[in-house]
Write a protein that binds this ligand. Structure first.
Ligand code: B12
Length: 899
């Protein structure tokens, strides 16, 4: 067959794959659509199925004619590639038919049928046709413990080996629901490719449900962060929903993925009719959606999934034939991910806090729970750190005489689902790290490598780095070499340079995935040679960041104060961390709640601690001796009692404000009750508590207050509002119902701030509106679904991060795209917005009405106006749009909501 192909068309596997890569780089490549229904329509007999009813893969051997006819129907429609009939040629699916030993055979047969069809079509007209080797998910979810990672990985290797043998041009890991399963499929495929000596494109498509996440709760950002570092060629989405629901996730990929993008949606969401369910999307609608995706998000591989037919694909082919994918300028966000969410290594306004309490060496409580097998208690310690504001969790189970592999498997397995934060796998044993990697679907960080025993092929450095490379993990690297731990700034930087050169050059790890630890030693022993250690570390961090701005830096912070009492340690740790962050430190392994904001420390303590860090001795003055003197007999409790006394002495209003700033809850209710005797509840919130929150924001923004304390302030604020709520004035309709109108309220995707949104909820509910409060981090699909379900009159979105303002814009575009803009006026609020951005820029984009609310009361006035206009209340009108004085662009005329 191949011999009849015109000579310009590559026939060798490697050349075909290269041609596919080239096509994907310059144009839109179209793949096929649904297959199952077409196979069923051919009514294979039980004999065709070898008595294994419904096992479609068997047809590759018994009835290749049926399978081939499906491929041919799609090639007739004009597609460039077809997927092999091997979706179920994997461990669990074939296992259910008791034929797991036939994985390779049925995969190879499937690829062969598709290859023959592709080559025949290519031979006819000289246009290349390709075969995508389908690797389905199977039915077992390793994250939930249904099966083990190594078993899955090896079965996927067999699956991929068969596809390669049968002539596939690319491997397509599709319909991925569990990130750990996806990782097993990618790593298995990689191994098969390495064994075959072929370099075929490896494509991964994840399946995002209507809930806005993958089946186990993974956001698209978590999927991208976990999968891209595995060295895949392309990422995308398929199945579960139609194109409409996919668009916000594709937008995320388009914005952040380094690799090209693909999408194969279902023909909409199934609709239940009189004669069963059917997929509603028409061929023209699918073509519309793909055209928009290619133009907007720059997709380069498109096709269809369930419910799509050759007719659908014919329209798609015609529509995109002359399109060039929109050029993309992705902005990758280096980071780690849990099963659920991605966490960037660079944090806005904060260092990345790595919780140190889940460490058998560092925490007695954790160690004892682990040794006694009290696993739930271990998980609880992890949860405490999440509540305290950690960004990642360091997990270390190393303990003499224990089976570290078993302990790591147990704990990483539990944290895989119970931690919303990514895990740092901390061990000196490569096998313990492996046990962790094989339990975590998200992207882990490995702690750590160094050159203690060199960098030879059997060194610990090579063994751990190999694991990091295969699992796509980020890597902490310590400035230790064959001569020992680096003490001077020059030596630290020199070893860091060697680590970076080795990891990027020999192992292909990106600089932004390397986290260098310049090492901290105690400066509290009084020994002359350790006096300069603090300053050396700070200097090394500064120099390293100057030379390699993309590299991350970290520190095991608390070593600095080893030997001091706990109260003095808190001060020195806090001051040292502050200095390191100023020098460019990105992250620290800390007990986050024990770092105090510099603003809250006694200025003299700070001065002495700084003198100690920079070894500023003079005459009789030794900062170490002074610090010991200052803290002699002082314990943390005494420091706290001192602060409580100071607070009690303040006038009431100032005291309440300070309670918010200091996160001090004790006695809050009594103070609020006292205030209520003088002023209405709302006034207390607006004039006093919010002023406290404003100060918190300023301190935080200036880097003078760490996240755990902002969290404490937020908790006090919430408690205060809850206490005051019953005292707030309520307006009810004559019949007592809250029936004035309905608003769906949500904090937008990726944003956790909800104090303001919840205040809006209280104010609107108290004024007779029905508020559907969806909570935080809401994807646009959830907001729109709720709006439809509750027949909302208005949508309210809140967001405090700068990036939330962009999400809001995208959400409005999504409303436009779904034709819902005319039905839903939108009110936007939150600190990062400006009136001009909303009422000018966003108003120009949005096809409905959008307004800015500076606070909850403006929100209330807008609700009254919007509902009044909608109900035709005489005199009801929206306030004029307010615009920039100096127009950025020609201003559009104000549109009234009545239109
Ligand atoms: C408390 C707080 C937190 C708490 C939130 C707790 C909670 N449950 O909400 C915690 C500690 C969790 C937190 C985390 C973070 N935060 Co924060 N946080 C704040 C802080 C200090 C106060 C916010 C607040 O509650 N204000 C009080 C409320 C009442 O005001 P409000 O939300 O603005 O709401 C009023 C109006 O805006 C309006 N409104 C708001 N929404 C809506 C919606 C509608 C429909 C209407 C009508 C009105 C309306 O009405 C409200 C009442 O009148 C702000 C500082 C600030 N100036 O806002 C930073 C701030 C928002 N955070 C910031 C940052 C950077 C973060 C983190 C990224 C830090 C980190 N590196 O981890 C994370 C974000 C995580 C995430 N993915 O979202 C930055 C954002 C800057 C930026 N570049 O984007 C800020 C501005 C601090 C700063 N100065 O740098 N934060």
């Amino acid at each position: 067959m191949a011999s009849s192909v015109p000579s310009a068309v590559p026939t060798e596997p490697a050349a075909r794959a290269a041609a596919l890569r080239a096509a994907l780089a310059e144009r839109v490549v179209v793949a096929d659509g649904g297959m199952g229904t077409m196979l069923q329509a051919a009514e294979p007999s039980m004999e065709d199925f070898q008595q294994l009813e419904g096992c479609n893969e068997v047809l590759n051997v018994t009835r290749p004619d049926i399978v081939r006819s499906v491929h041919e129907a799609y090639f007739d429609a004009g597609v460039d590639c077809v997927e092999t009939n091997t979706f179920g040629a994997n461990h669990s699916a074939l296992g259910e038919y008791d034929i797991p030993h036939r994985i390779t055979e049925l995969s190879a047969a499937g690829a062969r049928v598709a290859r023959e069809a592709a080559d025949a079509y290519t031979a006819r007209d000289g246009r290349p046709r390709w075969v995508l080797g389908s690797i389905g998910p199977g039915t077992k979810l390793p994250t939930l413990g249904h099966t083990g990672y190594p078993v899955l990985r090896d079965a996927y290797r067999d699956n991929a080996a068969g596809l390669i043998e049968g002539g596939a041009d690319a491997l397509l890991v599709e319909t991925s629901q569990d990130l750990l399963q996806t990782k097993a499929a990618v790593v298995g495929s990689r191994r098969a490719l390495a064994e075959s000596g072929l370099d075929l494109p490896l494509i991964v498509q994840v399946t995002v449900e209507t809930t806005g996440t993958m089946l186990l709760g993974s956001e698209i950002g978590a999927a991208l962060t976990a999968l891209e570092p595995l060295g895949i060629d392309m990422i995308g989405l398929n199945c579960a929903t139609g194109p409409a629901e996919m668009s916000e996730h594709l937008r995320h990929l388009s914005r952040h993925a380094r690799v090209p993008l693909s999408c194969m949606p279902n023909a909409g969401l199934p609709v239940l009719g009189a004669d069963g369910s059917h997929y509603p999307l028409t061929p023209v609608e699918l073509a519309d959606a793909h055209e928009a995706f290619v133009r907007e998000f720059g997709l380069s591989l498109i096709g269809g999934c369930c419910g799509t037919t050759p007719e659908h694909l014919r329209h798609v082919v015609e529509r995109v034939r002359d399109l060039t994918p929109a050029p993309r300028e992705p902005r990758p966000e280096p980071g780690a991910s849990s099963l659920y969410q991605a966490v960037p290594f660079r944090q806005d306004a904060s260092y990345l806090a790595i919780g140190e309490r889940t460490n058998a060496n560092g925490s007695k409580k954790f160690r004892e729970a682990m040794l006694e097998g009290r696993w739930d208690d271990c998980v609880e310690i992890a949860r405490d750190q999440i509540r305290e504001g950690a960004h990642l969790l360091d997990l270390c189970v190393d303990y003499v005489g224990r089976d570290g592999v078993a302990d790591m498997a147990e704990l990483a397995g539990r944290l895989a689902t119970s931690s919303t934060l990514p895990i740092v796998l901390d061990s000196t044993e490569p096998e313990v790290i492996r046990a962790g990697l094989e339990r975590l679907g998200g992207r882990a960080v490995i702690n750590s490598v160094n050159f203690e025993d060199g960098d030879g092929p059997d060194s610990r450095f090579a063994r751990v780095t190999r694991l990091a490379a295969e699992h796509g993990a980020a890597l902490m690297a310590l400035t230790i070499d064959e001569e020992g731990q680096a003490r001077t700034a020059e030596k630290k930087v020199a070893i860091a340079e060697r680590l970076i050169a080795e990891l990027t050059g020999r192992w292909g790890i990106d600089e932004s995935d390397i986290i260098i630890d310049c090492l901290t030693f105690t400066i509290c022993t009084g020994q002359e040679e350790s006096r300069g250690d603090g300053a050396a570390t700070i200097e090394a961090i500064r120099e390293l960041k100057r030379r390699h701005p993309r590299v991350q830096t970290t520190l095991g912070l608390s070593n600095i104060s080893f030997g001091l009492n706990p109260a003095a340690r808190t001060v020195l740790n806090s001051v040292f961390l502050d200095e390191c962050v100023k020098a460019g430190l990105d992250s620290a392994i800390v007990h986050a709640a024990k770092i105090l904001p510099i603003a809250r420390l006694d200025p003299e303590h700070v001065r002495v601690a700084l003198d100690l860090v920079y070894d500023r001795r003079s005459g009789d003055y030794d900062p170490l001796a002074r610090l010991l003197e200052l803290f002699e007999g002082v314990d943390s409790k005494a420091m706290k009692a001192g602060r409580a006394e100071e607070l009690a002495a303040l006038p009431l209003e100032e005291r309440l404000r300070r309670r918010i700033v200091d996160g001090e809850r004790n006695g809050l209710e009594a103070d609020l009750d006292e205030a209520l005797r003088e002023r209405p509840a709302l006034e207390i919130v607006n004039d006093t508590l919010l002023a406290g929150m404003k100060t918190v924001g300023e301190l935080f923004g200036a880097g003078r207050m760490q996240l755990p304390f902002v969290l404490q302030s937020a908790e006090v604020m919430k408690t205060a509002v809850a206490h005051l709520e019953p005292h707030m004035e309520k307006v009810e309709d004559a019949d007592g119902n809250s029936g004035k109108g309905t608003i769906v309220l949500a904090t937008v995707r990726g944003d956790v701030h909800d104090i303001g949104k919840n205040l809006v909820d209280i104010i609107l509910s108290n004024n007779g509106y029905n508020v559907v409060n969806l909570g935080i981090k809401q994807p646009v699909s959830a907001i729109l679904e709720a709006a439809e379900e509750h027949r909302a009159d208005v949508i309210g979105m809140s967001g405090l991060l700068v990036k939330s303002t962009v999400i809001m814009k995208e959400n409005l575009e999504e409303l436009n795209k779904r034709g819902m803009a005319a039905d839903y006026p939108v009110i936007l609020g939150g600190a990062a917005l400006t009136r001009a951005y909303v009422e000018q820029d966003l108003h120009e984009i949005y096809e409905g009405e959008v307004r800015y609310a500076r606070d909850a009361f403006e929100g209330l006035r807008l609700m009254d106006a919007l509902i009044g206009v909608k109900r035709g209340v005489p005199g009801a009108a929206l306030p004029e749009l307010r615009r920039r004085r100096v127009a950025a662009r020609p201003a559009a005329p104000a549109v009234s909501y009545t239109q």
